[in-house]
Design a protein around this ligand. Sequence first.
Ligand code: NOJ
Length: 578
Amino acid sequence: MTEDWWQSAVVYQIYPRSFKDSNGDGLGDLPGITIKLDYLAELGITAIWLCPVFRSPMADNGYDISDYRGISPGFGSLNDMETLIAEADKRGIKIFLDLVLNHTSDQHPWFKSAVSDPKSPYRDYYIFRKGADGKPPTNWRSIFGGPVWESVPSGSAGAMDGGGEYYLHIFAKEQPDLNWENPKLRQELYDMIHWWMDKGVAGFRIDAISYIKKDPAYPNLPVDGPDGLADLVPCCLVFPGIEKFLAELRDKVFKPRNAFTVAEAYGVRPEQLRDYAGEGGLFSAIFDFTYTDLENGIWYKTWLPSAAELRDLIFRSQKGLLGKGRGAPYFENHDQNRSPNRYLHPEQWTREGKTMLGILFFFLQGIPFIYQGQELGMTNYPWKSLDEFNDVSTFDQYQRALAAGFSKDDAFRFIQHRSRDNARTPMLWDNSPNAGFSSGKPWLPVHPDYVSINAEAERQDANSVFAFYRSMIALRKKHPDLFFAGDFIPHCEDNPSLIVYERSYQKEGRHERALVICNFSDEKQRLDISNIGGKGAKGIDRGALVLLGNRRNAGASIGRESSGNILLEPLEGLVLGL
Ligand code: NOJ
């Protein structure tokens, strides 16, 4: 495997609106991030993924861009961005931007021109089609609910003679899809990305990229819901031919600039992983949603997986990547609820439970991503009423639950648990009003836990979740090859409470190995280690060293009972050097 500069990266995701407000308007901003760079350097991360900060009417909080080269005034200025890049660089931290290339805002000048004039040179930057018999061109359902087609009102300046025209939006109607079949449009996007790289941006997280190619036949699909619509997946997700666009994007932009890219690429099949994220592939790495998107599209399925079920999902993902591609392991992002709520019982939302979860995902193959507040152990906000929410898709989900016959209480319970706003409540900095996030009224409510769960308190507590994340990051940085590229070897696949895996890396006579053990049970558990790791067939050495543990000190030897078993404490998480 060739060395790339980003192989040892540990990425921290920032949702700028909720990170740190520097001017008291209740919204986080770029100067706020710059103020907190020392905190991030102390944590040890090496790169920041910044969710969109470009000009946007904020229908989807920045994922609806109206100017790719401008900063939304609420977040600051271009100058603030340049300062952030320069200050981060001084601390050895790279900046990765969020590239939203599937769609723009309906307020983007290209779209405004396209929708108001059928002869506009920008008309073909988007996807306009004629419907038939008063119906939209196809029956596809948009991801945020309702049809993917929005009509161009008859008689409006943008309507063609005869009317009946629609434009396509895979997400909200304020997010019209770009027409990637148009080479001029593609070139405009490439120029824009080069422009950001000229400013010192080192890489990109690439939004919704698997939707850029649509089935050119635009067929109707079998209806699959009470709304009379059909899931768009067969015609819009990783549709054959997409690889040509992605290869061009790589060859014209990312490759010549040696940029890091991580794709939000739903729908990539295991046999495609090598092409997408293998060496020389379309992207540097790929997010795998197998073990995070538990609802798998059925968002009202509030499912708490057992340890065995979670293990199956994680191992399936890791085995799929074996030798094929690079993953980007993560447990939280701005589209998910908080991980303790997703994977643990409420009694387990303790320092031990949260750090055990940390160990579980952080040492998987690939480039790990930590989401703001995860390193503090934040949990879901205790929502009390509908008007506390902000997220466009949360409101849609609530309405869809009612339409599907659920009671108001049930619908509320679903969004309480699942809403994306759970990850978007303000970062908890200290125990002052608004948790030190803002001197104004925060745009989303502040979690009441801030009195004890906050960055300031945790930085001073050697036993905090924050301190533990620091140690995890330090350990990963000490063994970049092992944890980035090492083989993934599953163990104990029948155990109901334990998740155990090994990482192993061999190169030029050097052999590094680590065993990761997570006890999901509230009881002590014995682990028979006679067949695991260790030298030869004797199992783990009595003297095997603890590299990291949430219940034992690093550097201690593991010890074994006379039976040869290891006795694990409840919610114990452990990384052993073998
Ligand atoms: C995925 C992003 O993560 C999500 O927040 C956004 O709503 C959609 N893409 C649309 O851009």
